[in-house]
Ligand binder design. Structure first.
Ligand code: XMP
Length: 515
């Protein structure tokens, strides 16, 4: 693996994972740590550079997140962004103050020092993304102002001699037109990284490391057909062949034909060397869900039943040495182990660890990767693109896309409607523009008319959202003619549906799923 690491110190801002992702897009490996992490831990990583992120606080408030002055004296280049920029000023003897107006959105940036290393190849003026109320009102000794905007006198400052750089704006956000170049200038030009973090070398090295670690050991993997577990499974199969057993629990709540698609890739007819066990457990799940209306109860039942089925299969296999988990880097960060954004998404896992699976150790081959890197690794491994680019699908599946109780008939309705919706979105070429889209069953029945017949049938809800991080989302603006085509097809082709709604609610106050 690469020896070049840049450390992102997280002060709780909303774009912090994005900072790390953008650094990795420059082919430089990068890890996120909370601002509370002690300097020793950070230095043990031998970082080539350090980036301080934005955050919601004011540096001058009592108890605001801060950093040790020593951080700026290590001889390691430091880049402060937004809160991080203000903190750099504050800690080194400058000042941050509250501005009368908040500067927010796309803003024209005027570069005072065009020869600055951080602005190499960046024209002036250029557009940057601002989101701040506090601003740097006095730079610390040794610093010069290198850019300003109409309302912000210190949009960028630096002390080139000490390798300290600060930007009030957010280069990690795509609205900053030259953001990528600016971050590249920092990690390559200023920190001197060569940029040798690449997915092909990750894949190669991961295979070698897994082989070394596992030897002739037996490995068990719960395969959902989602991107993460699929990539983990293929990586392991390349490393250890059929010492890997994958158990695929089909809970009957998958999208139309999905179970067969997963089997065609990973089963005996597919290209991979592994033991594939498909468990068709839909009846068990339908039975357990019968009459259950409350969404949290449904989630719990599905999660628990999933574990039980998996355990039963594991028992048949007997003792294994390793259990695979498809944990990825955002899971690590969000469960509070990495950065500062301690949003714990425990409900987003199907059901935690099984109580009974006889294994010695867990392996998580993707725990250092962001989602887009997992996808790249998947493509490197030759996994079909439609599988690699699959949109997120919740563990409890269609169980939480049916309001109220779940029945096999309702599952079929939502599967058919969803398949039509996906087909039409793809036909319209919109699939890569929309973050996530699916059909849900509202459980509302109302009167309609079909031919000469009065009907009393269900309404389908269509959802489509754009989102960066799935924490917030906006409804996608799907062209009306596409919505009309989808609606016509659903009411004509799917029995027991006589209305279709399009959900334009954002998150918050809605959620992405419709449960
Ligand atoms: P919500 O509905 O909370 O969804 O706005 C945010 C994102 O998380 C996905 N999601 C899940 N993923 N297991 C998962 O693996 C779950 O239980 C689960 N619930 C929601 C959802 O599809 C969206 O991408």
């Amino acid at each position: 693996m690469t020896n070049e690491t840049v450390i992102v110190i997280d002060f709780g801002g909303q774009y912090n994972q994005l900072v790390a992702r953008r650094v990795r897009e420059c082919n430089v490996y990068c890890e996120i740590y909370s601002y509370k992490t002690d300097l020793k831990t950070i230095l043990a990583k031998n970082p080539k550079g350090i980036i301080l992120t934005g955050g919601p606080n004011s540096v001058y408030e009592k108890g605001a997140p801060t950093c040790n002055k020593e951080l700026f004296e290590l001889g390691i280049p430091v880049l402060g962004l937004c809160y991080g920029a203000q903190l750099m000023a504050h800690v080194l003897g400058g000042r941050a103050s509250r501005a009368d107006v908040r500067e927010y959105g796309k803003t024209e940036l005027n570069i005072n020092k065009t020869a600055s290393k951080i602005f190499f190849g960046v024209p002036t003026p250029t557009i940057c993304w601002m989101s701040h109320t506090d601003y740097i009102s006095k730079v610390a000794e040794g610093f010069e102002i290198t850019a300003h905007t109409k309302d912000c006198p210190v949009a960028a400052m630096e002390d080139e001699r000490r390798g300290l750089y600060a930007l009030q704006f957010h280069p990690e956000v795509l609205h900053t037109v030259k953001g990528k170049e600016i971050l590249n200038n920092f990690v390559r030009g200023i920190c001197g990284c060569k940029g040798d973090w690449r997915m092909d070398s990750f894949v190669e090295e991961a295979i070698t490391t897994l082989r070394g670690k596992i030897g002739q050991g037996k490995v068990l993997c719960a395969l959902s057909g989602g991107v993460d577990s699929s990539v983990a499974a293929v990586l392991l199969s390349k490393a250890i062949g059929n010492n890997l057993t994958c158990v695929f629990v089909d809970h009957g709540l998958l999208r139309k034909n999905e179970g067969d698609e997963v089997e065609s890739v990973f089963g005996p007819e597919g290209p991979y060397d592994l033991n594939f066990i498909r468990v068709n457990a839909s009846e068990r799940f339908y039975e357990k869900l019968s009459g259950v209306k409350e969404p949290e109860s449904k989630r719990k039942i599905i999660g628990e039943e999933f574990i039980r089925v998996f355990e039963e299969e594991a028992k048949k296999i007997g003792a294994v040495d390793f259990l695979v988990q498809g944990t990825i880097y955002p899971d690590v960060v969000e469960s509070g182990l990495g950065g500062e954004s301690a949003v714990i998404k425990s409900h987003h896992n199907v059901g935690g660890l099984p109580d009974y699976v006889d294994f010695k150790e867990i392996i998580e081959p993707l725990r250092d990767l962001f989602k887009d890197e997992v996808r790249k690794a998947g493509l490197e491994l030759g996994i079909p693109s439609n599988l690699v680019h699959r949109q997120p699908f919740p563990g409890p599946g269609l169980g939480i896309r049916i309001i109220g109780d779940v029945t096999p008939e309702k599952v079929k309705i939502v599967q058919d409607a969803d398949a039509i919706y996906r087909e039409e979105i793809e036909k319209a070429g919109l699939q890569s523009e929309i973050g996530q889209y699916f059909a849900a069953l509202t459980n509302l029945q109302s009167v309609g008319v079909m031919g000469d017949e009065r009907t009393y049938d269900y309404a389908i809800a269509l959802r489509a959202v754009n989102t960066i991080d799935f924490m917030t989302a906006d409804a996608a603006e799907i062209p009306f003619n596409v919505l009309k085509t989808v609606t016509n097809r659903i009411v004509n082709e799917v029995s027991h549906v006589n209305r279709v709604f399009y959900d334009v609610t954002s998150k918050p106050p809605g959620t992405i799923e419709f449960e």
